[in-house]
Design a protein around this ligand. Sequence first.
Ligand code: NAG
Ligand code: NAG
Ligand code: NAG
Ligand code: NAG
Ligand code: NAG
Ligand code: NAG
Length: 928
Amino acid sequence: MPLRKMLDGCSCLVILVLGIAITGVNSQLDSLGFISIDCGLPANSTSVDDDTKLTYVSDDQFIDTGVNYKIASKYASTGNGPEQYGTLRSFPNGKRNCYTLRSLSAGSKYLVRAKFMFGNYDNLYKPPTFDLYLGLNYWYTVNLNSPDDARFAEIITLATSDYLQVCLVNKDLGTPFISVLELRPLETTLYRDVNSTQSLVHLFRRNIGASDQLVRYPNDPYDRFWRNYTLDTWSSISTNSIVQPDPDYATPSIVMQTAATTSSTNQSLDISWTGDNESVEFLIILHIGEIQDIPRTDYREFNILSQNPLFSHVFAPSNLTSGWARYMDTGRTAYYTSLKATSKSTLPPILNAIELYVITPATGIPTYIADIIAIDAIKENYKMTIGWNGDPCVPIDYAWTGLGCTIYSNVPRITHLNLSSAGLTGELISSFGNLTALVSLDLSGNDLSGVLGTYLDQLVALTYLDITGNKNISSMLPPGLQKKQQDGTLTFKSKLGDFTQQSKKKKAAVVIIAVVGAVVLLLLAVAIILVFCLRKRPDNQIYIPKPNENTGSSPLRNSNAGSFAYNPAANGFHGNNAGKNYTNISKPRGSGEGMLNFENRQFTYNDLNKITNSFQDNIGTGGFGSVYAGLLENGTQVAVKMRSHTSSQGVKEFLAEAQNLTRVHHKNLVSLLGYSMDGDCMALVYEYMPEGTLQDKLRDNGRSLTWKQRLRVAWESAQGLEYLHKSCNPPLIHRDVKTNNILLNSNLDAKIADFGLSRAFNNANSHVSTAVVGTLGYLDPEYSQSCQLSRKSDVYGFGVVLLEIITGKPPIIAGPEGGHLAKWVSQKLPKGDIESIVDPRMHGQYDINSVWKVTELARKCTEHSSVQRPTMSVVVAELKESLDLEISTEGNPYNYSRNDNFMSDVSQNGIFEMDYMDGMTAPGPTAK
Ligand SMILES: *[C@@H]1O[C@H](CO)[C@@H](O)[C@H](O)[C@H]1NC(C)=O
Ligand SMILES: *[C@@H]1O[C@H](CO)[C@@H](O)[C@H](O)[C@H]1NC(C)=O
Ligand SMILES: *[C@@H]1O[C@H](CO)[C@@H](O)[C@H](O)[C@H]1NC(C)=O
Ligand SMILES: *[C@@H]1O[C@H](CO)[C@@H](O)[C@H](O)[C@H]1NC(C)=O
Ligand SMILES: *[C@@H]1O[C@H](CO)[C@@H](O)[C@H](O)[C@H]1NC(C)=O
Ligand SMILES: *[C@@H]1O[C@H](CO)[C@@H](O)[C@H](O)[C@H]1NC(C)=O
């Protein structure tokens, strides 16, 4: 233990080049294909492990953040674990810090292990708790109890690209750190349960009946850790003969050579463990081989019993050959497996080894690879030291500072890049041109020089480019961008003047926004609209509230949270430019120009023409007129709803909708971003909902929504309606609830649209008498007859929506057997044949109880008599229950509690505990 001794000595700052320097620059793998990292070692130094003789390298080449520490000498000398615990790397800065393990092969399986011993390195005596991620996927929560508490986390995974990232995520429960990181390649034929969408997180791996405390490399060529285990009630047996390994798990012979049996055929061999959350899905692998030379007159055979009703297995072990039994179990908090001799058997059961894993999803979708390569090149070239690491866009909470991302057909793309005052020097590099989804690029306040190269013409989506304040850069745009600027689709800022001046102006604008409160807004909304009608404003008086200031409930400010995965970078960059808090998305003009600070932006016809690129992209038509896709100059996608002259919906409805929208703010209601009343032109500008209407989604013959997605859409839109009914003051009745008025954003979050028909009513008398409006098929029959409108009319419409969600059919079914959907469903249901009504496009992938529940709910909502229909609050609650039911039966992996209790505890009664580290004084197993 040379390293530990040195640390003991403690005076020696000149630590050690104990081994050879790292091999070839091209590969991070050693000659065995292993990566062994002793975190916190000085750059280029190595240490050799006493037991395995493996060389551990410094982590310098794997990460560029963090601080190296040595643990307190007291703990370095306790013999608590291997040499590599002497040093560690800790991460006081940044929410997420990632190691990148390169030189891997995509499609190969790897075992990755991270080890932690706090050792009071920071002299604070407070071991931290933090999360570990493998790439984008949650792996493990490191929760240390004492300075010498040593833990490891291990995962078996399939690499989908040529690198893996191990990320430490700060949970504000102490500074994350890591002591050791190991990667071992596995044959792809091993651990068949590991594939590109699921990994196995190690809970324990036990070598039963063994006297050696730990078997690992070189006895196990894959360096799995096999720890000894036995109970007093068991009898240990062993052999010196080689046990043939099996091809599926390659259990080492040395592990199979020891085993346990019970004292008689009457006695079962039991193993139990606990999980603190019923949704955790366990994988249990039992390794069994005969290692006793049994007389011919004897026979060994036993049942493997579990609580999983689908798994029960008779096992007759083969002489000196490894066999295995494997099964999954979930849905409880206490588990056991029991090996019990069959009546034929003359010998008790035998068990040589056991592995237990948690099946963990690996479904996070990384950022578009070309974007990653380009942004990495930019980071590298400008020597960015702002803690950019891990995936640039996902998980969104840990996205890189200064980046905004948008998800296009499930793949995150970098769409906004704010490198304002990021200390960039030298010329622009062509990698900027490779960020092809870029919408906004802010390079202001740097020291860039040279020209804007033609590679920037690849940025066809670019609408905003700012190079202000770079003294030595030519402000000549390449031809493509020049054209965009002339078209008005690109806002280009190139003033070389004083940069700080501008920042100040912006702050002033923010203050004004904050001052204009919601109360004023509500009172003045209508008045302002009218004032604007009479006043045509010059084009350049455009006002965009700063979206990053999350101080109020403006729909514009909130709209960043929902459909648009945007990292506001509100705090600017850390480091050299701290304090210059220059927003990267919109640049409000000064506020001293005498304009009204109305919360929603007002557009002129010319603005709309620009935004929609001359009304090119018509994305739909409603009673009001046509709807066009558009882009604000800051890159926000919008839908512009123009009132046509022939519109059946008049000025009154237009005003009604504008008015309604300005006072309703809810995550499940489409947000209004602005409006236009410019001469004849009347338009409303909404947040863009890229996934279109629920109706289209349900009728689309291509990719169909899953039952869970449908349930979530139902639950969310129900919340939108509930809000209108309950929380608006005065309450609103939508009056046109239908699948065509439920819109979906890229995240498939549902929002209710089209408030043109909404009608405010006084709470005191719950009915409103009005002319019948609405859409055929969704119309409340009672309302059609009586003209008495109530909230329950919306409930009826929503019931029809639910039926559509279940069946995928339109509200009015054509053909001889057709008629109204509600009638069709109630004709089929008494036969108890729910499957005959369920949308076949779900391919039977749903929890039948959950479908039943929702169908019942839909039927109640569509009762002829409105008093029998539930309120939206009841509907919301019931849908939530169904959604929970669906989630629990599919074992939603993200839901399980992220503390490691389920990996813990006490070995009394044969219950397994969390794996403790090499040499740890773990609570020893005791007899029953
Ligand atoms: C480590 O080795 C690399 C490559 O030989 C060298 O460039 C670097 O300066 C070394 N770092 C230290 C701290 O010695
Ligand atoms: C991975 O295995 C699981 C369980 O067998 C399976 O549901 C899933 O489809 C597999 N994924 C792939 C990509 O094969
Ligand atoms: C494991 O092995 C060590 C050392 O050989 C021994 O002290 C310990 O009791 C063993 N533990 C079990 C559970 O057998
Ligand atoms: C096993 O159980 C049976 C019936 O309970 C009993 O007759 C027999 O003596 C038991 N054998 C041993 C070895 O305990
Ligand atoms: C098991 O195999 C070994 C080696 O092949 C052999 O010597 C032994 O007799 C076998 N035992 C039984 C019970 O078949
Ligand atoms: C840009 O992308 C092209 C095509 O993918 C690639 O060949 C090139 O190397 C990339 N250039 C930079 C600077 O990233």
